[in-house]
Design a protein around this ligand. Structure first.
Ligand code: PRX
Length: 666
């Protein structure tokens, strides 16, 4: 990605705020100076203004246990109360919280009063199943209202949820259940995807059959009505459990630092990391950023974030922030092209969506499908557009503003991570003059910089590594069960600075341009995948002796997974490479999930290694991106690259069909 984005900062188009928009904007230019002068005072004020505390806090930040922060630690609060009950108490019970659009076209509307009843019943059902404060609950569901209700029910009783993306395999689910020692799994019989019902419950059965001693029950939502295997005594229907439960439930007042959730994300080593988020600081930054970056007006806006709840974007900007802020939002179960490529725009027109938040990969896919498709729908309700997940190329940014936003809407390119919990770097609509392709400036109260190898800030015009230089409220509090890895991964590269893993440049104005990951993490359709994790999956196949994986530039998905494999002697025999490649792709889907399937598998005889045995991925990336192979002098055996190139020209090469365009909901 970095190569493709090298020239980003030569982009010269500028989009100044529209004065009419600026006059009504939530964000104010003074916010920067105020927060800079007194960051803790700034965040304390946001926490008091935007949240309702069960016990008010006095302490703001305790950084004495760095790198583990404690924010608002002497206060108590309940996330579900803030997301639901207080809006009902304030007289907004009839306001729509969720417009649900199922992929087959079924719809449901839930008001805040409906949510309060459902979340209370679900919380009582969890308690009846033996789940207590502090117990972990795994959630493996499609994007249906029950998924949001399940997460809020967990938050209501203080049981941290661990949502596992419904596209992940039984194997991936199993390892996450084990790592978090979940007591309960909430799932559904299935969901609708690309025009048909797909199953989820069998993956839960398979995961639990591998052994999961901590799981007592599985709570199953009926979504599709398909037949499911049933384990008596363990499995419980969601509708039965909720029917039996009271709709009155007192939210538990929890310490601000009580764990709200664990969310697994790929790192540079094989095992996914359980990123731990707590309550008070997370909710503060979620609410503040949502109000200011999207200019949310809860009484009039209809907000739609297309992310799935399996990712951090779905946690913060589908579940917590919009509901904390009392917004009306759309959630959509399916893909953008089911049953036709205008589905998203149909939804925007139908619900008069005014704020849309999605990923560059989806924008590029829609761009490829042509302007006529969005052009056939009334998109005049849109007034703010957001982008997240990967660098957005200026052409896609300008297309988004022009074709989707009718040249009216501000576009906010928001940089953040699972670890940061909420948006960190982004223009503010109505305040910032936007530069297509740049996330630009840290938000008020956030301190970021670009540093060189020696941790020295680079001057304007220079490039280096993105770091965060001060603690922020929604920062991760660690890696579940592995605090040493937390320290090593984020805090050891540059002393006292949080290392984000991204390369970045500062332009002449000091604005930040993200250049993609600098570690062994790939970004495919805005989703994080680890090269090592996919290599481990490939090597676990009996035919594979060795594997090396790289992320290669891809026009639609940003990066694509390209794997180089050495087959075992006995597997080489007479099977066509095409057949082996298909088998390996399916194997990766089974081990991790379909999103991790390599786009291309190249069967090679050797891999380029240094004398110390390290695979030189740089050279493999050259091949994957069809470039002349770079400097190979540090290789232990310099003839290896010739061997690979010669081998690839021969029929042993196998290129699987390109990955289908995925959406931000994938
Ligand atoms: O490389 C950056 C990229 O996505 C990574 C974080 O991935 P994840 O934890 O899955 O969270 C994605 C959604 C918040 C970052 O390290 N990234 C995210 N947003 C942007 C971005 N890269 C450039 N520009 C962005 N706006």
């Amino acid at each position: 990605m970095a190569d493709a984005l090298e020239n980003l900062s030569t982009e010269v188009r500028r989009f100044a705020p529209d004065p009419e928009f600026a006059a009504q904007a939530n964000a104010r230019p003074e916010g920067y100076a105020w927060a800079k002068a007194d960051p803790q005072g700034f965040w304390a004020e946001q926490a008091r203004e935007l949240l309702t505390w069960s016990t008010p806090f006095e302490e703001v930040l305790d950084w004495s246990g760095a790198p583990v922060a404690r924010w608002f630690a002497d206060g108590t609060i309940n996330a579900a109360y803030n997301a639901v009950d207080r809006h009902v108490e304030a007289g907004h019970g009839d306001r729509v919280a969720i417009y649900f659009e199922g992929e087959p076209g079924d719809t449901r509307t839930l008001t805040y009063a409906d949510l309060q009843r459902e979340v209370s019943k679900a919380a009582n059902a969890l308690v009846a199943l033996g789940v207590g404060t502090g117990d972990r609950v795994a959630v493996y569901m499609p994007l249906i209202p029950e998924a949001v209700i399940a997460m809020l029910a967990c938050a209501r009783i203080g049981a941290p949820h661990s949502v596992v993306f419904g596209g992940f395999s039984a194997e991936a689910l199993h390892s996450r259940i084990l790592d978090a020692e979940a007591k309960l799994v909430i799932t559904s019989d299935g969901g609708y995807r690309r025009g048909s019902a797909s199953a989820l419950k069998p993956a839960v059965d398979e995961a639990l059959a591998k052994g999961a001693p901590t799981v007592d029950h599985v709570l199953v939502v009926r979504r599709t009505g398909q037949d499911v295997e049933w384990t008596e005594g363990r499995d419980v229907w969601w509708h039965d459990a909720l029917e039996a439960a009271s709709d009155q439930h007192e939210p538990v007042a929890l310490e601000a630092e009580h764990p709200l959730f664990i969310l697994y994300t790929s790192g540079t080593t094989g095992k996914p990391k359980g990123i731990l988020h707590t309550t008070g600081g997370y909710l503060t930054q979620a609410a503040y950023t949502h109000l200011n970056v999207f200019d949310l007006k809860p009484e009039t806006d209809v907000y739609w974030c297309t992310a799935d709840i399996g990712w951090i974007t779905g946690h913060t900007y589908v579940v917590y922030a919009p509901l904390i802020n009392g917004a009306t939002q759309v959630i959509y179960e399916g893909t953008p092209d089911t049953p036709h490529r205008g589905r998203w725009w149909e939804i925007v027109a139908k619900y008069k969506v005014s704020i849309l938040y999605t990923a560059p990969t989806a924008i590029r896919t829609c761009m490829k499908w042509g302007d006529d498709i969005p052009g056939a729908h009334d998109l005049s309700s849109l007034r703010v557009l957001g982008s997240v997940g990967e660098p957005i190329n200026p052409e896609a940014w300008v297309w988004y503003r022009h074709v989707i936003g009718g040249d009216r809407t501000p576009v906010v390119d928001t940089w953040w991570q699972t670890e940061t919990g909420a948006i960190m770097i982004s223009p503010l609509p109505g305040v910032t003059t936007a530069k297509p392709g740049s996330a630009q400036v840290p938000l008020p109260g956030i301190a970021a910089d670009v540093v060189d190898d020696d941790a020295k800030p680079v001057p304007n015009g220079g490039g280096g590594y993105l770091v965060l230089t001060e603690p922020w409220p929604s920062m991760l509090r660690g890696i579940w069960g592995d605090m040493e890895r937390y320290q090593d991964t984020y805090w050891s590269r540059f002393k006292g600075l949080y290392f984000a893993g991204d390369g970045a440049k500062k332009d002449d104005d000091g604005d930040i341009w993200l250049l993609g990951r600098v570690d062994d993490v790939m970004n495919v359709s805005g989703h994080r995948l680890s090269t090592t994790e996919i290599e481990s999956a490939l090597v676990s196949h009996p035919s594979v002796a060795e594997a090396a994986v790289v992320g290669a530039n891809d026009e639609t998905t940003g990066q694509a997974v390209v794997a180089f494999v050495i087959l075992r002697q006995d597997a080489v025999s007479d099977r066509p490479a095409e057949e082996i490649a298909t088998e390996l792709r399916n194997h990766v889907a089974k081990e991790i999930g379909p999103i991790a399937k390599p786009r291309t598998i190249l069967v090679v005889a050797e891999l380029p290694k240094t004398r110390s045995g390290k695979i030189m991925r740089r050279l493999l990336r050259d091949i994957a991106e069809h470039r002349t192979v770079g400097d190979a002098t540090t290789l232990a055996d310099s003839s290896v690259m010739d061997l690979i190139s010669a081998g690839l020209a021969a029929p042993a090469t196998s290129k699987a069909s390109p990955a289908e365009p995925t959406s931000a909901t994938d």
